[in-house]
Design a protein around this ligand. Structure first.
Ligand code: 5AD
Ligand code: FES
Length: 363
């Protein structure tokens, strides 16, 4: 079967996904064309924003790929004050962003969960309930997820990072703090509580195969996620995985694979929200725009106060760490219109898949 025939099918098998991930030349163009048609039909040439507030880089975990891992002693740690977080949220609201995403390193404690709950209330208050809130603060007890949901957060991003358990174990320390099963349980409880639930993976990790990546896409489909965020893996000198830097596929290949992953998940899950991850732009200066062309419909402009941005360095070459919030906004406007898309302001931009899933409708 050729790529054209595969693209006409309703469902893909793992082997077919591997074929799509390997597509070159005309075949590759056919894949991107199909994804763009699907996106135009189900989403439109539109992009929604989530103002990203990286409110703390303090982390209790030690993921082997991540620059803000606990074991990285070279990093200056910060924790924004409530006032700074609320000022960033107010900036998003005043600039009509529609939604914000609160992201930080992973910490589980009563102080942290109480604080986040109170921040959610305050953000709802300052925006008259109109600013949508996405959380991305890692693994927590169901009880904690529930409290935050009841306080008004309605979306949660928790990347599975690698859905193949044996690969997951290779990129995390093998201890109870980094337990694949717990991560799955967390995702499940987020979905059960009622969150619009997002997950994703890194692409081009050491030891990762096309079979793993195809498995990741099938995992997301099977899990029936509402949102997807995935981007290329980018090495970081102060992490253990740097040891395998010479075994990685070249950055441009990782980038191309990430675009293909976006295109394929768009075709497989037509009405979900897909983020054009910032990591795309760490490899290609117009990486996020290419992500949008390949099927993404969400961009997360960084609205963390400037002086902290450099310290939230998950990977090297992270873009936009020098720009002010205003610069970012103007820059994005220009960038998105260049790829013939429109930014939708003042709207939550909820995943349409969520409503359909909850009501049991078909497409
Ligand atoms: N390269 C790319 N993405 C990374 N992340 C963490 N470290 C890296 C890296 N070295 C991603 C993880 C995490 C998200 C916040 O950032 O997928 O879930
Ligand atoms: Fe930040 Fe362009 S989006 S500089």
């Amino acid at each position: 079967m050729g790529i054209k025939e595969i693209l006409e099918k309703e469902e893909f098998t793992k082997d077919e996904i591997i074929r799509l991930l390997s597509a070159e030349g005309e075949d590759r163009i056919m894949l991107f064309r199909k994804a763009s048609e699907v996106k135009e039909k189900y989403i439109g040439k539109r992009v929604w924003l989530r103002g990203l507030i990286e409110f703390s880089n303090i982390c209790s975990k030690d993921c082997l790929y991540c620059g803000i891992r606990k074991g990285n002693r070279k990093l200056e740690r910060y924790n924004l004050s409530d006032e700074e977080i609320l000022a960033a949220a107010k900036f998003a609201f005043d600039n009509n962003y529609g939604s914000i995403a609160l992201q930080s390193g992973e910490l589980e404690s009563k102080t942290v969960s109480d604080r986040i709950e109170s921040l959610i209330h305050k953000i709802k208050e300052l925006s008259d309930g109109r600013l949508g809130i996405t959380l991305s603060v890692g693994e927590q007890e169901p009880e904690v997820y529930r409290r935050w949901y009841e306080a008004g957060a309605h979306r949660y991003l928790l990347r599975i990072e690698a859905s193949n358990e044996s690969l997951y174990r290779k990129i995390h320390p093998n201890n109870s703090m980094h337990d694949f099963r717990r991560r799955l349980d967390c995702l499940k409880s987020l979905q059960d509580i009622g969150y619009m639930t997002g997950t994703g993976v890194m692409i081009g990790l050491p030891f990762q195969t096309l079979d793993d990546l195809a498995g990741d896409l099938l995992f997301m489909q099977e899990f029936d996620i509402d949102m997807c965020g995935m981007g290329p893996y980018i090495e970081h000198a102060d992490t253990p995985l740097i040891e395998y830097a010479d075994k990685l596929i070249p950055a441009v290949k990782r980038f191309d694979l990430a675009l293909k992953m976006i295109a394929i998940i768009r075709i497989m899950m037509k009405d979900i929200n897909i983020v054009a991850a910032t990591a795309l732009q760490a490899i290609d200066p117009i990486g996020r725009e290419k992500g949008v062309m390949a099927g993404a419909n969400i961009i997360m402009p960084n609205i963390t106060p400037g002086k902290y941005r450099d310290s939230y360095r998950l990977y090297e070459n992270k873009p936009c760490t020098d720009d002010s919030e205003e610069d970012c906004r103007n820059c994005l406007e220009a960038r998105i219109s260049l790829v013939d898309h429109e930014i939708i302001y003042g709207d939550w931009g909820d995943s349409k898949h969520y409503e359909r899933r909850r009501k049991g409708w078909s497409l």
